[in-house]
Write a new protein. Structure first.
Length: 306
């Protein structure tokens, strides 16, 4: 499945006003309600089940037994990385016009000469059933570096996200310094998954980002954020896609002879404006996804097989 390639400018709507753009630049995140319709949410929810059942043959997911209920299929999954590599439905929402319209206004709004061009490099489908762990404080640019601090997440709520079921928590303005905090093991496996925690900052200004289904939360790659354990009886399903300024190189892996200054991975999806490096061509995605588990998932898997 070809996910990239574009030779003409991609036109998208401009739904935000100047105050919203300024708010994103100042606070590092922006909540936009109603960007995804009820019908679109249902399409995404159905595709989560299809992926988990093995509807798209690939590496990384074993087809679930046909007699399992949808709940049984989903209850062992914390997250699926890169579902847009295999699912045309997930790829469709990577390129969602309203979401990409917002991205074309805010992704690199801190750069005075940015032309609104945006590309996507990652999708992450969080299922997060009841009792599943969250992720400790971190900044996404630790994992996906850009050349101009333009990494941005578009976090699509497929359920109401509340404090009880493990919504996002953010520290507004924590992106401004452009500093990536050091990380360490958190030693709290009941609350968080295996990923390390960032530390060395004042977290007293943290706030919960509780949102309704269909809302999209946009946040900068340097913004400190986390989520806590799902302590409710409902799922907290989210599709979060990551994007950056299309003019930024994407050095999130190095090959022989490359440096951070020259590396530029090309397994990307242009979603707004132009792709200034289209002449480089595009890398085909592997036919695989990556499952992310946690302590709760491992315990449920052990109980099911015992």
């Amino acid at each position: 499945m070809t996910i990239g390639s574009v030779t003409e400018r991609i036109e998208v709507p401009k739904p935000l006003d100047e105050a919203q753009v300024r708010q994103f630049v100042e606070e590092g995140f922006l909540v936009v309600e109603g960007l995804v319709s009820e019908a679109e949410v249902e399409e995404l929810r159905a595709d989560i089940v299809a992926i988990a059942r093995g509807a798209y043959p690939c590496e990384g997911i074993e087809p679930a037994p046909s007699d399992w209920s949808d709940q049984e299929v989903l209850e062992g999954i914390l997250c699926i990385h890169q579902p847009h590599y295999i699912s045309p439905v997930m790829l469709k929402y990577v390129k969602h016009p309203a979401i990409c319209g917002v991205l074309s206004q805010i992704t690199a709004a801190h750069l005075p000469w940015w032309d609104g061009s945006v590309k996507c490099m990652q999708s992450m489908l969080f299922v997060k059933p009841p009792e599943f762990q969250g992720q400790a404080w971190h900044q996404d640019e630790i994992y996906i570096p850009t050349r101009d601090r333009s990494l941005i997440g578009a976090w699509i709520a497929l359920d109401d996200a509340t404090v009880e079921n493990g919504c996002l928590w953010v520290i507004p303005g924590s992106h401004k310094t452009g500093y990536l905090y050091p990380q360490r093991a958190h030693n709290n496996p009941d609350e968080f998954d295996f990923a390390p925690e960032s530390y060395g900052f004042d977290e007293s200004g943290q706030i919960p980002v509780e949102v309704k289904t269909g809302t999209v939360v946009f946040f900068n790659g340097y913004l400190l954020h986390r989520s806590l354990k799902n302590r409710s009886h409902i799922y907290r399903r989210v599709l979060v896609n990551h994007y950056c300024n299309a003019w930024s190189f994407l050095p999130w892996s190095l090959r022989e002879g490359e440096s951070v200054a020259t590396a530029d991975r090309r397994c990307i999806v242009p979603v707004a404006g132009i792709d200034p490096y289209a002449w480089k061509g595009y890398e085909e995605p592997p036919q695989r996804v990556w499952l992310r588990t946690c302590k709760a998932a491992e315990e449920r898997r052990a109980a099911r097989t015992s």
